[in-house]
Design a protein around this ligand. Sequence first.
Ligand code: NAD
Length: 296
Amino acid sequence: MARVAFIGLGNMGGGMAANLASKGDSVRAFDLSADALARAKDAGCDVAGSAAEAVKDAEAVVTMLPAGKHVREVYESAVFGNAPTTAILIDCSTIDVATAREVEEAAQANGLTMVDAPVSGGIAAAEGGTLTFMVGGSEDGFARAKPHLEKMGKAVIHAGGAGAGQAAKICNNMLLGASMAATCEAFVLAQKLGLDPQTFFDISSQASGQCWSMTSYCPVPGVGPQTPADRGYDGGFAAALMLKDLRLAMEAAKSVDSYTPMGAEAEELYTRFEQLGGGGKDFSALIKMIDDSWQA
Ligand code: NAD
């Protein structure tokens, strides 16, 4: 049983904290939202009055916050100076690589060990404890974070030094955004050329166009395995979150002068989709914009 401080109990963090509590950890939870705190309490967590109070005496501090500015703010105002130097600090939020590296440096300066450990897998995986963690940080930091992450996920992979977890996450999601856009385009064109979508799936899923966006997450209802397309594109991975990750990828690409034309195009497509009101839908709903039938 470990003493874990958990800060950020939203869609993802709520399920993750509940998993730690269900596995016997003593979880001291904090969120700005009273509703989120009440849900954490029902799931067996102890509720703290502030982030600073939550991290006192913690063996591990886990943060699951919206963006880099929230992570910096929580670390600067509550974690530094309050968490014991023996605690391992684990940020599971998806944030920009530069902030991840800066906060890790600040942690070191405060005598603390921090890793970035963003996740792959959505709300269902957070609740089910089947997330994949990609971890950036020192060997020692990774070894200390791993037992905690294993309670919340099915795979924990060391990606490299500080920020490498975030780099892996945004490169993966840039690839996913571009491959989903290309899959949507291919299905719409195939149909306009007179091909039945199921027939195109049967061919392409066994031919060289095969990819995860087609065979595991097909954007066409009734084709391939059950996906958000079969539920009116509800649930799943929101297009707004895909856009967030694509923006992080473009920002990172700019910072190292890397040419990412497909990622830039995917960002442009998801920006347009969000402007049309699709941000809350699963990211595979992009197909509705591509075939021109989207109604928010
Ligand atoms: P969310 O908005 O549901 O939850 C974030 C929580 O942080 C909220 O409850 C909010 O009140 C809390 N918060 C914000 N500032 C705070 C502060 N200063 N102190 C304490 N609490 C604070 O977001 P989410 O969907 O749970 O996502 C969290 C992170 O995980 C994001 O970085 C997101 O990109 C990433 N992610 C999300 C998904 C997904 O499917 N939702 C999948 C993979 C990764």
